[in-house]
Design a protein around this ligand. Sequence first.
Ligand code: ADP
Ligand code: ZN
Length: 473
Amino acid sequence: METYQIISIIGVMIFIYFIFFRNKRSAQKEISNLNEIEYIGSSTMKFDDVAGNYEAKQSLLELVDFIQNPEKYNKFNVRMPKGILLYGEPGTGKTLMAKALAGEAGVPFYAVSGSDFVQVYAGLGAGRIRNLFKKAKKAGRSVIFIDEIDAIGKKRMAGNIKGSDEGDRTLNALLTEMSGFADDSGTVVVAATNRIDTLDNALLRPGRFDRQIEIMLPDKNARKDIIKLYLNKVNAEDVNIDELADLTVYFSGAMIENLINEAALSAIRQSSDKITEDHIKRAYLDVLAGVEKKDYDNGMQKTVTSYHEAGHAFISRYLLPENKIIRVSVIPTSKGAGGYTLSTPSSEEVMTKRKILNHLSVLMAGRVSEEIFFGNENITAGAQNDIEKATSLAVDYVSKYSMNDAAFINYQLLSDKLRIPLTSVENSVKKLTSEIYEEVYKLIESNKEKIEKIARLLMEKEVIYQDELDNLI
Ligand code: ADP
Ligand code: ZN
């Protein structure tokens, strides 16, 4: 098989990627020590190391005083939460905040990850939990951190008593230990999860993780603060923070930190003593779209990719004009794409039905363009990624958001509760996507010349930007 056939061509849509696929990316794991409880000692983190997350910081700040002076609270018969559950997207600083809590209070920090308890031998999980609490108790005041608590605290299914036996024992051990330590012990358990919906209710009851704090992706102000925090740590010059905050919509704190780190690395590679806007822009493209290849074949691949991306770019301008096209490229990247159309919304979007349909159209436009210009027999596998995203979005449209009909039903729930297969969703998704495909087909057909122009410009220049695109349209 020729390589160009298997290199996929994708249109990278930041919006689609982060809104609909971020759940699939697994959280960064800092703690993966399988056999031992990680004792971090005194954490040196402070709340100043956390940018954004203002409400959560406020809530945890109150606990610092409780950890340091538990008697004060006990005297007034005030019950402080024993457990705090931080939930939300990966990379938003949940671990960081637990460390900062320990750091501010000046107490030891014990950390485990729920995923370490999965598939351990019988009794081992429960034993490990008891061991963890024993150690913490011996230390006196402390912060115990349980990352990925969903791995031990999954909802117990009525019909599924077997299989989850060991998980139950671990969970029960945790619940027992949490009720076991005294209110004035000055120990606080912080747990984190990306999936609060899957947690067993027993975990959320009073006396357990009864304070639940959502940690959201940073909004623009928070992104500015995170950007400033990390730019201050490196030697940066003349970076437009406001613009960068716009470009990083839907980024987590971890992704912003990574972006600035990559920019610093590229500055070092170029023996530059300052990090400039250029380094950051380069890193931005590398992180989102992949590093562009230096040597590549300019043959048939480039022609098909040019028409494919021209389709994405045109429909994006046509149906989602409020989105900014950052770059359209037909240079293959290290992520296996033959090219990409990178676009970003100017700020967090309100997800209307119309918007979702338009996003679906943009995703289909690459394949449709190939089909129109090269014929149905000659379409390539380059739309693989687009198809994956479109399917996921269409399934959510039908089954989660109930936007397809007036039924107002979450089909996933319906099928779980009634134990019926989801064939009706499958049919609706097929109908929906083929209808949109038809519409996109008509749109591209009636704008063939414009798309042809974009494709030719892409073949000539390999990379084009929004203003060039708009000139042609
Ligand atoms: P989570 O536990 O929510 O998955 P982490 O706390 O592990 O996220 O975040 C990973 C890294 O990302 C942190 O160590 C830090 O460098 C950076 N980071 C994430 N969120 C923030 C934030 N709000 N402020 C500063 N740094 C952050
Ligand atoms: Zn594509």
